[in-house]
Ligand binder design. Structure first.
Ligand code: 5GP
Length: 114
């Protein structure tokens, strides 16, 4: 079975513009940005969505969240603020079956959905 797009990005088989990485997490620019800054933060391990994680994934999920302010700092938006979004499943419009956090910033992001 072919690996998902983000697995192939982690492996370097599909190129990406890397922003930040650790042993377990990779952040790279979204190919189709919806804000001046639009970066995807993903676990290097393939995790399809939040429904498929288990207690065994606690450490990686912690790493993923802890990466967010590190990435924001690297992008220079830690203090000005940023929005993070996880689309999970069909009704949320999740297109890539690999958990990813969208980090949006670089302007006033306007009305909140919630
Ligand atoms: P989703 O809709 O699953 O929450 O978000 C998937 C995101 O991945 C989209 O914002 C889309 O632009 C981005 N994306 C899809 N394919 C690629 C790719 O090959 N490279 C990069 N950098 N981003 C991608």
């Amino acid at each position: 079975m072919e690996k998902c797009i983000f697995d192939q990005i982690v492996e370097g088989k599909i190129p990406s513009k890397k922003v930040w990485e650790s042993d377990s997490v990779l952040a790279f620019w979204d190919i189709s940005p919806v804000a001046p800054i639009h970066v995807l933060i993903i676990p290097k391990k393939h995790l399809q969505d939040l429904n498929s994680v288990t207690q065994n994934d606690k450490e990686i999920l912690g790493d993923l969240m802890l990466a967010v302010p590190e990435v924001a700092k690297k992008l220079g938006v830690k203090d000005s603020g940023y929005r993070i979004i996880i689309n999970n499943g069909e009704h949320a419009g999740q297109l890539v079956p690999h958990i990813h956090i969208h980090l949006l910033a670089g302007k006033n992001l306007g009305p909140k959905i919630i």
